[in-house]
Write a protein that binds this ligand. Structure first.
Ligand code: HEM
Length: 430
């Protein structure tokens, strides 16, 4: 099943049947992604098209290996240390109940810890202030991100152009040179970009801003939703807390301020209830659209006797939110069930529609050639955030108002909440 949509002089064909996704995902010869992504990203972040620089796209993609395997373990370990450092600091302020807004809290912690992990920090006294300044500008820029993607000229978007320039300025080589302890992935990006002499310093810095957006733009709201749903569902919170406590006990680790928690990749993987709860919140809040462009006039075969005619330049889209909310796949899809991805105490990886097993059932990280290279790191970051938070603090909601998604960035990734919500936390008494 598919339907057409006519927009700005071009047809978009939406593939609605998840069993047909595979015909789009595996057809990267006739259905291209990179040129489309390049146009959108260069306009949004303000750098010249990658197509002007031989093999730059391929070289940048090769670097994604630093987000897998051994380098993933290293970067996740750094994230764990950096998060703990910030939580220790939060502890000094929360000896009694402390109330904060949840989105602001997640944004502060995840931005700071991710930034230090990826880019490092200036060891000079103002290192923390610089990151806060970058975060505030990032938040302003991000608010207009959907308009930039929609091709609205940046000149019409108030201070966005100035804010983007200021943000890019932070990533000029002379400023980045002051940041110590960053990651291999960013160092490798710097090395590649330096090899392109025709790229101006400003353009290289704009590439670093693009990567910063990719690495926190979705992770922050996804962390918010994971925390929000857990606090709304005390039964889920209790099970996840119990699982974490049990792991820490069985690995002989003490929790709370002053104790260092260290978890290996296998130990993080073993937290099946935590992972299921995260997957469930991703199912409910992700709204990314996977777009491909037809490189020629041709007939796309969709299995059986189904096919669709595409003209050169037509768009074809998968919109996994439909899949995520399909009652034939997920019973009561609008209800949060933290253990949806658990079967007999193990990870559940088989889902069905109409009695047929699905290859794709959860797609917050996109698909095929455009699948998110940071997905393993993102999952680790969110797990670590929740593990450490629950290991350090007692926590509860202060307001009992339901929060919904702000649909203004539908199609662009994880939806932001339509408002913030107050919660309170206090160091656990041991
Ligand atoms: C919950 C968190 C995250 C979500 C839901 C997410 C989702 C996605 C999606 C859907 C895409 C594909 C976009 C498209 O098809 O147009 C993507 C691309 C990308 N993501 Fe993520 N992402 C997350 C976290 C991260 C992190 C932590 C990093 C890096 C550390 C990262 C780096 C990237 C990069 C570099 C791309 C572009 C890949 C390319 O060049 O083709 N993401 N992400």
């Amino acid at each position: 099943m598919w339907f057409f949509f006519f927009c700005s002089g071009r047809y978009i064909t939406f593939i609605m049947d998840p069993f047909q996704y595979v015909y789009v995902i595996r057809n990267s010869k006739q259905l291209e992604f990179y040129e489309f992504a390049d146009k959108m990203a260069s306009r949004t972040f303000g750098y010249p098209s990658l197509s002007n620089f031989p093999k730059l796209n391929e070289n940048l993609h090769r670097i994604y290996q630093y987000l897998q395997g051994k380098p993933l373990d290293i970067i996740s370990d750094h994230m764990m240390k950096n998060l703990q450092h910030i939580f220790e600091w939060k502890c000094s302020q929360a000896t009694d109940w402390k109330t904060e807004k949840m989105y602001k809290f997640c944004s502060f912690l995840m931005f700071e810890a991710s930034f230090i992990t990826l880019y490092g920090r200036d060891p000079a006294a103002d290192g923390h202030n610089v990151i806060s300044e970058i975060r505030d500008k990032f938040t302003k820029f991000d608010a207009n991100f959907p308009y930039l993607v929609a091709n609205i000229p940046i000149e019409l978007l108030g201070v966005t152009k100035k804010v983007r320039q200021e943000l890019i300025h932070h990533f000029l080589l002379r400023n980045m040179a002051k940041w110590m302890g960053g990651s291999e992935v960013i160092q490798a990006r710097k090395d590649i970009l330096e090899k392109y002499e025709l790229l101006q310093d400003y353009d290289k810095a704009a590439h670093h801003l693009a990567f910063l957006w990719a690495s926190v733009g979705n992770t922050i709201p996804a962390t918010f939703w994971a925390m929000y749903y857990l606090l709304w569902h005390p039964e889920a919170l209790a099970v996840v807390r119990d699982e974490i406590d049990h792991l820490l006990q069985s690995t002989g680790q003490k929790k709370g301020p002053g104790y260092c928690i260290h978890l290996t990749r296998e130990q993080l993987d073993s937290l099946v209830y935590l992972e299921s709860a995260l997957n469930e919140s991703l199912r409910m809040c992700s709204s990314s659209m996977n777009i491909r462009i037809s490189l020629e006039d041709y007939i796309l075969k969709l299995g059986g006797n189904q096919e669709v005619g595409l003209r050169k330049g037509d768009w074809i889209a998968l919109y996994p939110q439909i899949l995520h909310m399909d009652p034939e796949i997920y019973e009561d899809p609008e209800v949060y069930k933290f253990d949806r991805y658990i079967e007999n105490g193990k990870k559940k990886t088989t889902f069905y529609k109409g009695g047929k097993k699905l290859k794709y059932f959860l797609m917050p990280f996109g698909s095929g050639i455009s699948m998110c290279p940071g997905r393993f790191f993102a999952m680790n970051e969110m797990k670590l955030f929740l593990i450490l938070f629950l290991a350090y603090f007692d926590v509860e909601l202060v307001e009992k108002k339901p929060i919904g998604p702000d649909n203004s960035r539908m199609g662009l990734g994880i939806l932001l909440p339509d408002s913030d919500i107050a919660f309170r936390y206090k160091i656990k008494s041991f």
